[in-house]
Design a protein around this ligand. Structure first.
Ligand SMILES: *Cc1c(COP(=O)(O)O)cnc(C)c1O
Length: 488
């Protein structure tokens, strides 16, 4: 019963879908053949399951309970950061005035929506230290592409066609080199040093007059703050390049420091990570991109503009932008997602957002200290919102690998952390408890990690065969991704 995975078609067809509640229809049946011809009439009965209402209800309710999310328990999936999504956001996005607007409505009838986008832009400018934001991109990676297309347009407008190289540290998120390649940049990798930070000496070696810019994630994907960030942006600027900040980890720095002040010209945010909008099941997300003034002419169009003229609507969509990189998505992006972003910022306020980043970092550091004696910790710089531990000790002594530990966590009732990422760390586990995790949740996770480390020593097979209580245990993950069978 617990792991009942039948399709609804495979349930016992009890024939109980008789009209128990509905009265017999007393509308006279029209004579369809007379209008449309005999051949359009269905000859057989509809092939739908012959079930009672309670069977259907139970089927779908049980299916929904198979999901494990942040609303079930701790969800330490580092980097992807599935977080608490305040319910007030949903209420706001569901307000009829927002919900029932159409993107093709004349601007004078959607002044409220444009006010929201305009105000949100001001808020994000203030929080990140930027001058403008575009809301078009649909996700983080899409924001990256949009941002570096603006960098490219900037160099082209200045006649610097030889600037074709994008500098990217080896600890970067995989989407960074992918986006740079899509925008037809040549990628030059910068090494990390032994502390897990950008190796500034290596950067100096790799800067020349072909450099268009650098893409930096901060805190980086090892969960560490780039201490030399001002020197890094200074070096790139001095060489004529621009600086891109991957702000997917902005939850670690909210109201503490700003990419704009660190010298960055472009930043993308994942509001489906940092600003409390859901991203389960593939979206929709949004990846707004902030820029400094020098890139303003290249923003995707239209841009929301405020007009001080009593004869015109106060907010308009400005399409007259000759140097714009064009559209990267229809209209102004995932509007309903931005309602949630706006609600989140207003609900927390300045002080509340500062507490979000403080709690994100404090929770990660606490959890790391609780598991530090059980697992190898590859970097000793203070962790920010997430940290890396590895299965190196367990692998060497007991032949237990990261997959085994992650699978065993499922037996303990937890979602595993991100595994085998970042790529520069062997047997990596990337753990992000998030700002909203409770002390009880943190203790439970720590106890599970520590107890699994003991099991690895005493009974490695227990881990190698985990999970023990799931309908599917160890699928061929490559095949599942490359050759999925989506039919039962
Ligand atoms: C998640 C993430 C991205 C990509 O964002 P998507 O919204 O998944 O496209 C880029 N960089 C970092 C550091 C991330 O964590």
């Amino acid at each position: 019963m617990k792991h009942q995975t039948n399709l609804i078609f495979d349930l016992p067809q009890t024939g109980e879908n008789k009209n128990r509640i509905l009265q017999k229809c007393d509308v006279i049946k029209p004579n369809f053949p007379e209008f449309y011809g005999e051949d359009l009439l269905r000859q057989e009965d509809l092939d739908i399951p012959n079930l009672s209402e309670i069977q259907v209800l139970r089927h779908y309710t049980n299916l929904s309970a198979k999901n494990y999310g942040v609303e079930n328990g701790p969800y330490p999936l580092g980097s992807c950061t599935m977080k608490y999504n305040p319910k007030v956001n949903e209420n706001m996005a569901n307000l009829p005035g927002f919900k029932n607007t159409h993107p093709l409505q004349p601007v004078e009838t959607v002044q409220g929506n444009l006010t929201l986008l305009y105000n949100l832009e001001q808020q994000l400018n203030a929080i990140l230290g930027m001058d403008h934001f575009t809301f078009q991109p649909s996700a983080g990676a899409h924001g990256e592409l949009t941002g570096i297309m603006m960098i490219k347009a900037f160099h082209e407008a200045n006649g610097n066609l030889e600037r074709t190289v994008m500098l990217i540290p080896d600890s970067a998120h995989g989407t960074n080199p992918a986006s740079a390649a899509m925008a037809e940049f040549e990628i030059r990798e910068i090494k990390s040093n032994a502390s897990g930070l950008v190796d500034v000496e290596d950067l100096k070696q790799k800067i020349d007059d072909k450099v268009a810019g650098i893409m930096l994630t901060n805190p980086n994907t090892l969960g560490l703050f780039e201490k030399d960030v001002k020197e890094i942006t200074g070096l790139v600027h001095a060489a004529g390049g621009l600086c891109y900040y991957d702000g997917a980890n902005a939850n670690a720095i909210l109201m503490q420091t700003r990419p704009g002040d660190m010298g960055f010209d472009v930043v993308h945010l994942n509001v489906h990570k940092t600003f409390g909008t859901p991203h389960g099941g593939g979206g929709p997300g949004a990846g707004p991109v902030g820029i400094k003034k020098i890139l303003e002419p290249f923003l995707p169009k239209p841009v929301v503009k405020k007009i001080d003229n009593a004869n015109q609507p106060k907010y308009v969509l400005d399409y007259d932008r000759p140097q714009s990189i064009g559209k990267v998505r229809a209209f102004t992006g995932s509007f309903s997602v931005y309602i949630k972003t706006y609600a989140y910022i207003l609900a927390y306020g300045k002080q509340g957002l500062a507490e979000v980043s403080e709690a994100a970092v404090a929770n990660a550091r606490y959890l790391l200290e609780r598991v530090r004696d059980s697992y190898h910790v590859p970097y000793q710089e203070p962790a920010m919102h997430e940290f890396i531990i590895t299965a190196a000790w367990q692998k060497e002594k007991y032949g237990v690998i990261t997959t085994d530990i992650a699978k065993r966590l499922i037996d303990y009732g937890y979602h595993p952390p991100t595994v085998y990422f970042p790529l520069i760390v062997q047997e990596a586990m990337m753990v992000e408890p998030t700002d909203t995790e409770t002390l009880e949740g943190l203790e439970g996770l720590a106890d599970a990690f520590n107890s699994i480390a003991e099991e690895a020593a005493e009974n490695p097979d227990l881990l190698k065969n985990a999970p023990h209580d799931m309908p599917i245990t160890r699928p061929d993950e490559t095949k599942a991704a490359r050759n999925p069978i989506l039919k039962a």
